[in-house]
Design a protein around this ligand. Structure first.
Ligand SMILES: Cc1cc2nc3c(=O)[nH]c(=O)nc-3n(C[C@H](O)[C@H](O)[C@H](O)COP(=O)(O)O)c2cc1C
Ligand code: SF4
Ligand code: SF4
Length: 441
């Protein structure tokens, strides 16, 4: 049986699955219920000077039959008094001493930071997470993402916290920045023990087109909010990877963003996360998803012969290169399995109008299975992505697998195109139809 226990900068938990700071960690009642069902840790809903929230607060991005592929919120930090939260943290820790309780914090002045850090430490929190990520409401008041976007300010505040902290400090980063490694580096310089990412992405989820107001609607008005859920996973994975690969950051990472099942969590871990935090999936399906997360991860680790979580952390990083280091000699083409094809022609339309005119449809009566015109196929994958039948279109390798040429090598040898009509251009030998051929069809 693999060992699922997790240790993020000294914060230990029985497994790597933590609830992210959000509505599911608003109360001791919820955190106890989650721990009872098997969650390893919880980052408490951000504490600070309590706010007054608006109603309504959330907007959902539905895609076809799928509800909530993305979630947008305009909620602020906790609206409950600090003393109630502290009492509940203490109580949860009494019942669950081995689970991680991390206090998420957001205040303004140095004095407030010092006071609240001492308060949560006294309550028995195992770690502190600094919320430098909230992209709505709090940033207008100089907190949340307003700090996360200013590496110097972030570094100073981490320093204030470290002056009094006796437990590990996680710095939670905002994705609303062009280079995530800058605040991550500042977190390290300030003395942070770990980073967590991502917080929500600034967004407007949609507009009520009858009443001319974006969602969520508050008495006929709205405001920009923070976006999260399955739709943000690719952005989160890229940012986790960027931080994990940066040689000077060298801090453990708590991966957050779009995690709904064990496979999403594994992806975060393979790209450098030591553990993961989950919010939207719990808001959608409840704490019970832990019953899929733990056995799924266990099965995967057993299959891959990973004994501990640490064995997996960052395993995919060595295979993420900058573009100029990719092999230009590698060549795949699409191949259609005629027996699986349902003749929907989606691949034909996609390639014909959106790619490289490399799919044909037979002219014969009664035969409608498309075929690949190999010499036109650039191996872009599009047809296989749109095909609704699993494994019906696969990509087959055509190069001999022996030679490797990269853009970097080509540039060094002077073999990369450098002028507008350069004969070295990659597409120069590709077949393309004449413009007027479009009118014959
Ligand atoms: C309604 C809502 C409230 C949130 N409140 C907080 C918060 O108080 N503090 C915080 O650090 N992050 C907060 N978040 C962000 C989440 O902790 C998490 O970073 C984000 O939702 C991405 O994870 P997900 O894709 O699993 O939802 C909130 C998210 C939502 C949806
Ligand atoms: S891989 Fe791209 S170019 Fe090749 S057939 Fe499919 S869509 Fe067309
Ligand atoms: S998209 Fe797939 S199923 Fe549809 S015609 Fe193409 S190969 Fe066949």
């Amino acid at each position: 049986m693999p060992d699922l226990s997790s240790n993020l900068a000294g914060i230990k938990s029985p497994n790597p699955f933590w609830l992210a700071s959000a509505p599911p960690t608003n109360t001791g009642y919820q955190v106890m219920k989650a721990f009872d069902q098997g969650w390893g840790g919880a980052v408490w809903k951000t504490l600070g000077v309590p706010v007054v929230n608006v109603s309504s607060r959330y907007g959902g991005m539905n895609y076809r039959d799928n509800r909530l592929v993305g979630l947008n919120n305009i909620e602020l930090i906790t609206d409950r008094p600090l003393k109630d939260n502290l009492r509940e943290i203490e109580e949860v820790k009494k019942y669950f001493p081995n689970n991680a309780v991390v206090a998420s914090l957001m205040v303004e002045s140095k004095e407030e930071w010092h006071q609240i850090v001492k308060d949560v430490q006294n309550a028995g929190a195992d770690g502190i997470e600094l919320n430098f990520g909230c992209p709505h409401g709090m940033c207008e008041r100089g907190m949340g993402s307003a700090v996360g976007q200013e590496p110097k300010v972030l570094e100073t505040i981490v320093g204030w916290v470290k002056e009094v902290s006796t437990i590990p400090v996680i710095v939670k980063l905002t994705p609303n920045i062009s280079d995530i490694t800058e605040p991550a580096l500042a977190a390290r310089k300030g003395g942070g023990d770990a980073i967590s990412l991502i917080n929500t992405i600034q967004s407007i989820i949609g507009v009520d087109i009858d009443n001319f107001v974006p969602y969520p609607v508050v008495d006929g008005k709205s405001t920009n909010g923070g976006y999260c859920g399955p739709a943000v996973k690719p952005i989160a994975l890229n940012m986790v990877k960027n931080c994990a690969q940066h040689p000077d950051i060298d801090l453990p990472i708590s991966g957050i963003g779009g995690i709904e099942n064990w496979k999403d969590a594994v992806e975060h871990i393979l790209l450098g996360a030591t553990n993961v935090q989950i919010c939207t999936a719990v808001m959608h399906y409840g704490f019970g998803i832990i019953r899929e997360l733990i056995p799924g991860l266990e099965r995967y680790m057993t299959e891959k012969k990973f004994k501990t979580i640490d064995d997996m952390v960052g395993k995919a990083l060595k295979n993420v290169k900058t573009w100029e280091k990719l092999n230009l000699d590698y060549k795949v083409v699409a191949s259609i399995d005629e027996d699986k094809c349902i003749e929907c022609q989606l691949c034909y339309t996609a390639c014909e109008d959106g790619a490289h005119q490399a799919i044909g449809i037979p002219d014969e009566e009664g035969k409608r299975v498309p075929y690949i015109i190999e010499e036109n196929c650039v191996g872009c994958n599009l047809c296989s992505l749109v095909c609704p039948v699993e494994e019906c279109i696969t990509m087959e390798r055509r190069d001999d697998g022996k030679s490797v040429t990269t853009w970097e090598q080509k540039s060094e040898k002077g073999e990369a195109p450098t002028t507008f009509n350069d004969p070295l251009a990659g597409g120069i030998h590709h077949w393309v139809p004449e413009p007027k051929d479009a009118l014959k069809k």
